[in-house]
Design a protein around this ligand. Structure first.
Ligand code: IMP
Length: 188
């Protein structure tokens, strides 16, 4: 029988990526659209740690959460933990405008995943270095995908989900998570 993990997020794009990546390890994903508090901190890991404890205290079991962010070097890592707020307010056009005239376009995506399965709590973080493009490109993906490129050529929004998973911050985090789950005998 396959193990079902509840993916707690408002973001269907993340669920699609998890279905495509973790599905390959024989895990079944169930999307749970549910709130948890996101503490004000500089660290994705702390947001995930507190969120997991809250959801577990509320009775949720066998679940995972994901806190991600885009860290732009020229802005000292901003928007980082504020990525959701910046995406909601100024969006990709606003970020492109802020980057106008800035030579260093390097940025890193970070994805922190927390899972609590049975008594096992695991927190892993994957990263993907790349750059902010000069204009939005592509229609796939979500969030900052159209303006972020891992190789300076294609944006994340121009490549299929499986290809994004092979190189992305979330894909890297999933591979680390799979190693940890394997060590604990939760997957083969
Ligand atoms: P959160 O993890 O849901 O708080 O995401 C923070 C912000 O980063 C949101 O605006 C997401 O849309 C965006 N984001 C998270 N992961 C990705 C990604 O893989 N690609 C593009 N944007 C992302």
């Amino acid at each position: 029988m396959s193990l079902k993990i509840r993916v707690v997020t408002h973001n269907p794009g993340k669920v699609r990526e998890y279905q495509s990546s973790l599905g390959g390890y024989g895990l079944e994903m169930e999307h749970i659209n549910r709130e948890y508090d996101e503490v004000q901190t500089d660290h994705l890991e702390e947001v995930v740690d507190k969120g997991m404890k809250q959801l577990h205290a509320e009775g949720l079991r066998d679940f995972m959460i994901d806190d991600s962010g885009l860290f732009v070097n020229a802005f000292g890592g901003f928007p980082g933990v504020y990525s959701a707020y910046v995406q909601k307010t100024v969006g990709n056009p606003g970020v492109l405008k802020l980057m106008n005239g800035i030579e260093d376009r390097s940025a890193t995506f970070r994805c922190c995943i927390g899972t609590w399965i049975g008594n096992e709590r695991i927190i892993v973080t994957g990263v993907c270095p790349g750059e902010i493009l000069h204009e939005a490109r592509g229609t796939g993906g979500f969030g900052y995908d159209p303006i972020f490129s891992p190789d300076g050529k294609r944006s994340f929004a121009e490549i299929p989900t499986e290809d994004k998973n092979a190189i992305s911050h979330r894909g890297a985090a999933v591979r680390m998570l799979a190693d940890e789950l394997r060590k604990r005998g939760i997957i083969n």
